[in-house]
Design a protein around this ligand. Structure first.
Ligand code: 9QG
Length: 146
C-alpha cells in the first residue's frame, strides 16, 4: 500500500497493525533549514493522554547531529538511545526503511543499516504511524508479511 502525502504532521493507521517481518518505507526530503523531524509508531492515536509510542525515531540536525530513539509510556519518555551519527542531510532526499523484527525494530537509511531498537512496548498494540517536524514526505509504504 502506498500513500502520497502532502501534509505534515501526518498521523494514520497502520492497516492490520505491525507484525514481525513487515516493513515500513518512508521516502522524503529534509528541508535545507531542518532542525529535527520524527517518526512515531504508536499504540493508538490519542493526544490527551498521549498514546504510548513504541518507537520514536528522531533525526536531529543541530551542532551535534544525531538520531535519538525512545519510547513514550503512560505519557512519559523513557531513556533515550542516541546514535551520534546522522545519515540524513539537510536539503537531500532520503529513503528510510523500518524493518519489524520479533525483538527489535531495525532502521536502514539510503540502503545502509543505521540502528536497532529493542522493543519496550509489545508490538501487538502498535497500529498508528506518525511523521512530523522538519521533513517533506513523498510516500509511505507498508509491506505486510502475508
Ligand atoms: O526532549 O525528547 C525523546 O526522548 C524530548 C523532546 C521530545 C522527544 C523526546 O522534547 O519531542 O523527542 O514527541 C515529542 O514530544 C517530541 C516532539 C527531551
Amino acid at each position: 500500500l502506498c500513500l502520497a502525502l502532502q501534509v505534515i504532521p501526518y498521523t494514520g493507521p497502520i492497516p492490520g497493525g505491525l507484525h514481525p517481518g513487515e516493513i515500513i518505507i518512508i521516502q522524503g526530503t529534509v528541508p535545507p533549514d531542518a532542525d529535527r523531524f520524527q517518526v512515531d509508531l504508536s499504540s493508538g492515536c490519542s493526544t490527551k493522554p498521549r498514546s504510548d509510542v513504541a518507537l520514536h525515531f528522531s533525526p536531529r540536525f543541530n551542532d551535534s547531529p544525531c538520531v535519538v530513539c525512545n519510547s513514550l509510556l503512560r505519557d512519559e519518555w523513557g531513556k533515550e538511545e542516541t546514535l551520534h551519527q546522522l545519515p540524513y542531510k539537510r536539503g537531500a532526499p532520503f529513503e528510510t526503511i523500518i524493518l519489524v523484527h520479533k525483538n527489535a525494530f531495525k532502521v536502514a537509511v539510503n540502503g545502509t543499516h543505521l540502528l536497532e531498537y529493542k522493543h519496550r512496548i509489545p508490538l501487538s498494540g502498535v497500529d498508528t504511524f506518525s511523521i512530523s517536524g522538519n521533513v517533506r514526505v513523498h510516500a509511505i509504504g507498508y509491506i505486510p508479511n502475508s
